[in-house]
Ligand binder design. Sequence first.
Ligand code: 13P
Length: 254
Amino acid sequence: TRTPLIAGNWKMNLDHLQAIAFVQKLAWTLKDAGHKYTDVEVSVFPPFTDIRSVQNLVEADKLELAYGAQDVSIYDSGAYTGEIPGGFLKALGCSYVIIGHSERRQYHGESDEIVGNKVKAALKHGVVPVLCVGETEAELEEFGPSAVPVAQLKKALEGVSQDADIVIAYEPVWAIGTGKVATEEQAEAVCAAIRVALGEVLGEAAAQRTRILYGGSVKANNIAGFMRQPNIDGALVGGASLDVAEFSSIARFQ
Ligand code: 13P
């Protein structure tokens, strides 16, 4: 049994002061609603500059909330201006780090090779990678639904150990921030293909253990349908994760 994970990718939104107010409100709202963290894990992914503030709050108030970063360097330290290594994320209590988001592949030239190296960098420092894969609309038309995500997955997991703790997020690029959500059937079919590929690459035990999230225009009004699918174990939420009420509803699948 895989514990569902509802993950909020804030992208480049909410500064550290806004993050403090947001996280407090989110924690209260979930508690008020009787949310059980052991039933559904909730995680936020703030910008780097917010993480220390989120850590302070989570530790001081013992909040039942995980958090992570949106990117990590392939290097451990050194002359890499602007980069943040996995060790620093670990030191700030990050459980997770998003790797290979389509926005980074698209706007920051991240190749499958870089993405694979980032996965290994995160694992090396004990931070769980949330590896994002997904096809563009043109790729969907040319290659069909699961070819590109599966190829991205296989390349990123080359050389990764069978007992590595990872999370996969299937995010069709055409569904990100567009309001054009994948159908439950479409998302389930690709997530099922991803699980088969995980079995081929990391073995059946890893395939059964690893959580696969759907991402792309997830809202409170469509989460329940995704969560009913056998191969979808949660969601990576962008826009709707910036609204406390909406994101709390998503975490409760309602
Ligand atoms: P939206 O939920 O805004 O479509 O973004 C999805 C996403 O990219 C999460 O990483």
